[in-house]
Design a protein around this ligand. Sequence first.
Ligand code: ATP
Ligand code: MG
Length: 600
Amino acid sequence: MALRLSSLFLRTLREDPVDAEAANHRLLVRAGYIRRAAPGIYSWLPLGLKVLAKVEAVVREEMDAIGSQEVHFPALLPREPYEASGRWEEYGENLFRLQDRKGADYLLAPTHEEMFTLLVKDLYSSYKDLPVMLYQIQTKYRDEARPRAGLLRGREFIMKDSYSFDVDDAGLDAAYDAHRRAYQRIFERLGLEIVIVRAQSGPMGGSRSEEFLHPTEIGEDTFVRSPGGYAANVEAVTTVAPEPVDASGTPAAHVEHTPDSPTIQTLVDQANALHPKAEGSWSAADTLKNLLVVVTLPDGQRRVVAVGVPGDRAVDMKRLEVSLVSALGVGGEVEVEQAGDEQLRAYPQLVKGYIGPGLAPDAAVLGEDSETGIPYFVDPRVVEGSAWITGANLPGQHVFDLVVGRDFTPDGVVEACEVREGDPAPDGSGPLSTARGIEMGHIFQLGRKYAEALGLKVLDSNGKLVTVTMGSYGVGVTRALAAIAEANHDEKGLIWPRNLAPADVHVVVAGKGEEILVGAEQVVEELEEQGLTVLFDDRPKVSPGVKFGDAELLGVPTILVIGRGFKDGKLELKDRRTGATRDIDLEDAARTVALEVRGD
Ligand code: ATP
Ligand code: MG
């Protein structure tokens, strides 16, 4: 049945909604696909639901094709499973928590690892039951700090989430690879350009983890790529460390006055003025900048840590956070902030603005075995044998020629520095360049974390209980729809890819009189006989100009105009994507349109 605009529940808007910056958001609201209900929360109107169903169908088909089975969980869930996995707390303010009438705690699920794990635990008990892959297409809730760009970052959104269950690592690898391929097909069918980047698996632990990023200016993620095909999240980039340096010719460390040099620039200036370098001049890269940070551990405890980085590099707190998780050997996410004066006062050995590791191993002020006991981590560029100018822990003084391994020994290495355009890719595939993107999908190997926390074990072939290993895989369905709209529009409106458009053809009646309307009804009927879905603008008292504007706004790729030429047996066929128009014969209009629609 054709969707008739005379009765379709639709009001297009001439004005952009005030809160909308991104094109997809503006256009989806103006074209009557969605309506805002609350910040980051949207209602779906008939045309929006049509497109959504098509996006979901693509996802569903590709999940079914790899043998994953569809289930459906509630969004409203009890606290206990999330308590057991630690996520009731870990999710922090992003979790919508609520209580029932008896005061029992509930949540609106942000993702469903716990429930899937428990379901499999409920029903399966043997290795013979495995492997199994399950998925759902379901509404998720996250109280995002900054919901934005309409559906792109919502507080209520639809996700396809799937989970794999295996007895061994090889099984998990196979499930992971199957999802990886399925995701490639999904985004190809959705017409979304994707860059697969190595990701950090974050608080869930696990090993292999990749994100499917869609490069777009409106994306919030920064990623890097190299000409040789390396691509990674900034947090996942490992620094290419220089070779160790032979320090046999480096003079003994010496303390020098560098008055008024609390910043790197003033230090470099002072060093060049008062203690010139043997050859050339000192630069920021010769200095070792030491930063005191407060790390909040997953259990809420706070710990002071020192980090040393080359003075020409800025610290990237996000990278530092990710890197400290493994450097400190903690199980979950940590938060890092720069230490304030208050924390500094607890360490009278440290002089603000002139902090350094100490003059010699037995006089160390930084490091786990030092006077302060503050763990001291350095950037990978601070290699064995390299010499530095760094704080002497004396007001207005710095140490020169302080050599790693000879004069001080860091407790470990952390990725603390920003990744810069032009830095070498870790795999040797060339210089990195940065780009913006948005995460459309994420696949990762959870390993045994959830199975352990929730006791999902099965009997193996020897009758021994073994913990199941899991993978978790997500696609942002509503986010994908928004990204598709963003990637397919012009100033006049949306331009849907054929396979996702709310209809195959948009028929516009652009003329007055009974005769033309009857003729149009006839054409629509014939189009439907050809198996095409039709959006039919049969509104009697609306001007052709308004109808054309709406057709362009709504974005069906093929527009058929029944107007001036009708009396001469001619209709106008318009391609919304190119703007090209041509006259076609009324007589076999339906066949011509069907050929056109199916032709690409
Ligand atoms: P992001 O980094 O963008 O916040 P995430 O890493 O928190 O995403 P996952 O937990 O990996 O997201 O969720 C799987 C998928 O769900 C994501 O790849 C993304 O496509 C989608 N998604 C996540 N959060 C939102 C949201 N607030 N609105 C719409 N889609 C989302
Ligand atoms: Mg993610």
